[in-house]
Design a protein around this ligand. Structure first.
Ligand SMILES: CC(C)(COP(=O)(O)OP(=O)(O)OC[C@H]1O[C@@H](n2cnc3c(N)ncnc32)[C@H](O)[C@@H]1OP(=O)(O)O)[C@@H](O)C(=O)NCCC(=O)NCCS
Length: 312
């Protein structure tokens, strides 16, 4: 190992200066995603999901920051920043990280400074690119075949706790997932997301749309759910669609989505949005139902390089 890693707190003024430069870079290079990314790194560091470390490179004056997943056994990097930027320093930093953690970097977020040949850099090192994209259905119209299956009923506040479990199991089974859903705190993370739809008084919290959110119930158990909310500009947004892995490919996901779209277009056609990992199973389902990708840059929500062959 050439450089060394230190706790971010060991040199607060340098750490804060680097964080500031990184935030400015993110905001300038990608106004929507970059700003979100900077906020998300700060929030996740505060919650303990991410660990921030300061890197001192071998080269005089070389410094960097690495935000990595606290719970993952292989290094998964959510944010990286180097000064001076460039492929050589990034190579050193990644090598140092691999030596320090005893495993090659398994995943790294993109939008990296000083890397004009980003594709070439990562592909030649055996990584594939996982993009999360915004998709839009221009009218929300579906054939409605199967939309009124008897197993589907509107969501109830009491369903949320059960849905957290379905959520964790559904995502832990998903290929190419960036987050370590099998981690010990996966349940808490999912719980914060899902339970956030109800307020302190136990009633639904806007922008959640309980009128367009449904569960699939069979033999008294919830096997799937669709959660919908309203975007600030008034566009309905499918926040999540999840099905128990043991019941995949039975048409549950499709039927839940068709039911939500049918409800959302009761008063006429309207665009409906959601986010999906490009080319994955849900992406195929959405494409089949008429969702199309919103073009870049607006449509690129986030991107990561993942080590290994693409599962898609
Ligand atoms: C996405 C998900 C909800 C689909 O649920 P499902 O009940 O298995 O989906 P359906 O049986 O209705 O499948 C509908 C279509 O989706 C596509 N599809 C679903 N799973 C697929 C897979 N593993 N591989 C390829 N295509 C797939 C197919 O086009 C399928 O139609 P077909 O079976 O006629 O070929 C489920 O895979 C899931 O919970 N995944 C994890 C959570 C997730 O990623 N949610 C989406 C967030 S954007």
């Amino acid at each position: 190992m050439c450089g060394s890693f230190l706790p971010a707190e060991s040199d607060l003024s340098r750490t804060n200066g680097l964080i500031d430069n990184h935030r400015k870079f993110l905001e300038e290079s990608h106004p929507m995603w970059g700003a979100n990314q900077a906020r998300s790194l700060a929030r996740q560091r505060e919650s303990g999901a991410l660990v921030l470390r300061l890197w001192r490179g071998d080269q005089a004056g070389a410094h960097g920051l690495v935000w990595s997943q606290a719970a993952s056994s292989i290094p998964k990097v959510h944010g990286v920043w180097m000064e001076p930027a460039g492929p050589q320093l990034l190579t050193e930093l990644l090598d140092d990280l691999a030596l320090d953690r005893g495993a090659p970097v398994g995943a790294i977020t993109d939008v990296i400074p000083g890397l004009p040949e980003e594709n070439e850099f990562f592909r030649s090192r055996g990584y594939w690119h996982r993009s999360k994209v915004l998709m839009r259905h221009p009218t929300g119209a579906v054939s409605a075949a199967g939309a009124y299956r008897s197993q589907i009923r509107p969501i109830a506040v009491d369903d949320l706790r059960t849905i957290v479990g379905v959520y964790v199991r559904a995502y832990s089974d998903r290929p190419g997932e960036f987050w370590t859903w099998a981690a010990a705190d996966a349940f808490e993370m999912a719980e914060a997301d899902v339970m956030g739809h109800i307020g302190p008084d136990g009633s639904w919290e806007p922008p959640f749309r309980p009128d367009a959110s449904f569960v699939w119930v069979e033999a008294g158990a919830i096997f799937g759910a669709i959660l919908v909310e309203e975007r600030p500009q008034g566009t309905p947004y499918v926040e999540d669609l999840i099905v128990e892995p043991a019941h995949h490919r039975r048409g549950i996901g499709r039927a839940l989505l068709e039911r939500a779209l049918t409800e959302l277009t009761r008063d006429g056609p309207r665009p409906i949005e959601l986010a999906a990992v490009q080319f994955g199973a849900p992406y195929r389902l959405y494409t089949r139902l008429g969702f199309v990708e919103v073009p870049h840059p607006e449509g690129l929500l986030d991107g990561h390089w993942i080590r290994g062959p693409s599962p898609f």
